[in-house]
Design a protein around this ligand. Structure first.
Ligand code: IMP
Length: 427
């Protein structure tokens, strides 16, 4: 498919990076359309482990890698990644950054930390990377964009205006130390010199690529249930990870998108606070966390673990227009004799639903109704074709397809780059 969006169908960390990495080898460009250094991908390629926050996974294949206008960019993190790639012999030359992307400034990070501290028990559990405050400044039209970094005079003026506002918050609301104009501006100018060669008109670049019939991937960060508008608000991120945002975040028409590949784990994880109906109670949660190495790439935090939730996944299929699914980490379930799969929620009034509740309080009080599937209790190592999967594992995949009426095109069976089975052609 010329233009495919790859979107997280849960609360992030579904293994999108690995799927993008797999598809990127047959693509011409990979574009991030939202989010910032709150994201984290781990790719294991030829025995080497790479961790990225900003740069799309396609960089390891030498493909054009775009950070679109909908992204927020922390220059320090990005420069660190570009330098890190170069030092390991991977060229960073194919990276292209939209001049319209917003910059995560030091006061955003300071405000994110101060706000979470002040919220105490009510905190969202953000990554503390300044994401919410950066998108808030963008909406308030106080933001600093990547193109501003390239003009020292404009940059200084904009920093002065923004600091005038945000230092008041830091000092008077949070009792934190204000930031110095000179220190912030000087630091930004240093990063500007390094980033200048990568700044491009990325909307035009992607438009031209599609017009020439090239294959372009759009890589969502975070996941559907962390979407600012449709996720489990307020326990969400401050951008729109859902597939529709690929068009606005990169700057192409929505009719240019041909396919939407949803990525879901064979179970569910969530970091940070907020409701999670299928969260496992008891020792199986810790067992799943260990087996799946469920610790955040960005923060190292323990991820909460739960059984597969088809109500939430059905919602993700609807919101994103998912045309096929990649089911990752099926191997982690090999350790469990019985596999509960949530097919419905029971609501406080006693009714049952297969559809995600529209009212927040219904979702907060929803109880999962499970169908228990038998486990397969054997490793999936060395399985090369879906037909080689144990019968119970195939039944698990078939239940997902049947319940969601979407085909599972890819199945992840291990951490390695090659441990993905092609079940059906992605559509
Ligand atoms: P923020 O995006 O740092 O503002 O955090 C808001 C919420 O999104 C928190 O619950 C985070 O844990 C969650 N979050 C942000 N980025 C990711 C991610 O890449 N994977 C999983 N959760 C994330």
């Amino acid at each position: 498919m010329p233009a495919t969006v790859i979107v997280g169908a849960q609360w992030g960390d579904e293994g999108k990076g690995k799927i993008v990495d797999l598809l990127a080898q047959h693509s011409d460009a990979v574009c991030r359309y939202q989010g910032g250094p709150n994201a984290g991908h781990t790719i294991v390629a030829e025995g080497e482990t790479y961790k990225f926050h900003h740069v799309p996974s396609g960089i390891l294949w030498g493909k054009i890698c775009v950070l679109g206008a909908g992204c927020v960019v922390d220059p320090e993190v990005l420069v660190g990644e570009l330098d890190g790639l170069e030092s390991r012999g991977v060229s960073s030359e194919p990276v292209r950054i939209s001049g319209n992307a917003h910059v995560v400034m030091p006061w955003h990070v300071a405000l994110d930390r101060a706000s979470e501290r002040r919220l105490g028990e009510l905190q969202i559990g953000t990554t503390r990377r300044g994401i919410g405050p950066a998108y808030a400044d963008k909406a308030a039209r106080l933001g600093i964009r990547v193109q501003d970094l390239l003009d020292p005079k404009i940059l200084r003026q904009k920093i002065e205006v923004a600091l005038g506002e945000r230092n008041l918050w830091l000092e008077r609301v949070y009792g934190a130390r204000p930031l110095e104009l000179e220190t912030v501006a000087g630091r930004c100018e240093g990063f500007a010199a390094r980033l200048r060669p990568y700044v491009a008109d990325t909307s035009l670049l992607v438009h031209n690529a599609l017009r020439e019939g090239q294959t372009v991937l759009f890589e969502g960060a975070q996941g559907t249930l962390l979407d600012l508008d449709h996720g489990t608000y307020p326990f969400v991120t401050s951008s729109n990870p859902i597939a529709g945002a690929a068009a606005t975040g990169v700057g192409i028409g929505p009719n240019r998108i041909d396919a939407v590949l949803g990525v879901t784990k064979a179970y569910v994880t969530r970091v940070g606070a907020g409701p999670f109906p299928t969260e496992i109670e008891g020792p199986d949660q810790a067992r799943m966390r260990e087996l799946g190495a469920e610790y955040g790439t960005t923060t190292g935090r323990e991820r909460r673990c739960g059984w597969l939730d088809l109500v939430a996944l059905r919602y993700a299929v609807r919101l994103n227009g998912i045309t096929s699914l990649a089911l990752t980490k099926l191997d982690v379930l090999s350790a469990f004799a019985e596999l509960p799969v949530c097919t419905r929620y029971r609501l406080p009034d006693g009714s049952e639903t297969v559809d995600f509740p529209a009212r927040q309080s219904d979702f907060h009080h929803a109880r999962p109704v499970y169908e228990a599937l038998p486990g397969w209790l054997e490793p999936l190592e060395g399985v090369e074709e879906p037909s080689g999967l144990p019968r119970a594992a195939r039944a698990y995949v078939e239940l997902v397809e049947r319940e969601l009426e979407v085909e599972v095109s890819l199945i992840g069976t291990g951490a390695g780059r090659t441990e993905v089975l092609s079940h059906r052609a992605p559509v």
